[in-house]
Design a protein around this ligand. Sequence first.
Ligand code: FRU
Length: 493
Amino acid sequence: MSQALRDARRYEEEKAGLIPDGARPGFHLSARTGWMNDPNGFGRYGGKYHLFYQYHPYDSHWGPMHWGHAVSGDLLHWEYLPAALAPDMPFDHDGCFSGSALELPDGRHMLMYTGVSREMGPDGALRHVQTQNLAFGDGMDYEKYPGNPVIAAADLPEGGSRYDFRDPRIWREADGSFRALVANDLPGQGGRMLLYRSDDGLRWRFAGVLAENRGRLGRMWECPDFFELDGKYVLLGSAQDMLPRGFEYHNGNGTFYLLGDYDPQTGRFDEESDHAADYGIDFYAPQTILTPDGRRVMIGWMQNWDTCNLHTPSTPWFGQMSLPRELFLRNGVLYQRPVRELDALRRDEVVHRNVVIENDEIALPGVSGRMVDMEIDIAPAGGDYGRFAVRFAKNVDYHTTVSFRPHESVLKIDRKFSGSRRAIIHQRRAKVNHDNGRLKLRLILDRFSAEVFVNDGEKVMSATLYTDLAADGIAFFADGRVSIDVRKYALAP
Ligand code: FRU
């Protein structure tokens, strides 16, 4: 083991012990200590779920990337394992960037990740180049492959940038051969996803361009994931520097999915449509797995690159994952629901039916908390109404709001009053389907986040909030006359 990895493991062991459980999310994975971004190597190994993550243990800001590591039996209770990778080789000296994992038939755990290193250009200037590298391990300790890098600039098709070439997503086809999808920039055109194939997982060759940006969705694409779902194929990607398209995409970094058909023989993907993967503020770089019982489950980094300053700089951890979400296709869009394992965390059911609110804000007995699973069925109560809102993480000073305006079909999440002292994005809006003002919401709170599942998962809005935990009130507001049914559980991890 390198000195760099040994140091990281010693440091995290020491520092993580200083963060009390109550100071981090209860059932969302957060950085063991320091900084976390993208989920990496999400998958099954040795009968457990493994989730690695982009990790800078030494600071709550991004820095030389390591891979943090955690395991879980149910995707909600996570146990930290020692950091898996540190930047300690010539090919990853400046960072072990995102990647993915596979369990091999011989029992080894194979990781493929992006190594970042410096290279002297023809003009004499040093620049970061990115290559794809392997490591093999036993679910705890990993050895980097002596033949690294296994995919490098020489394997790029015409015009591809060696500086933006990262985040390999690996899988095996039915015949046992390997595939990797790697994000790459084609300068001037933006991101594209490159397909590579290999018979042994070690020697790789370029097999085609699976999808390309052609200037439509932001600039560089990152973090591909690719899978079959309900008879279609889904290509997940995260785009930098996006422009909004109506309410579909927003400015800055955002996550999208392309739906289409794929022929594994030819490696050809016929794209049919593109959509946003989350309509809230904080969601990026998701990865998926297939659970042993056949569910496709997605986890993203519940953060946005442009809003990382939301957290107070003195906090010893930064970055959390989203809830694991079961995916399925319905009416040509990706539906997302919290994994059903969450049901086992539900305690103390509180039900209120046919509560009529008229131009008022009310609280309901038994409805409060910061670790909450709450379903709200909203309906007009005679005539129409102008706005419905639920406010949470609330006390006299603070609240965060999810509000719905039926005339505009717009649902908004707003954390302006969450206690943030930064001039960053605090609101986001999404168009939602409703039936004459009838709308269904499921709100999951976990201390420092809110995830809103609309109409049984048709759309999701995710946002982090770092409001003082003493603000645990929940209130319901109506402009006009609204009737709501509320079913609320406390969540106890
Ligand atoms: C996405 C990303 C990846 C990269 C990693 C570096 O959030 O930029 O493309 O591998 O973060 O930490």
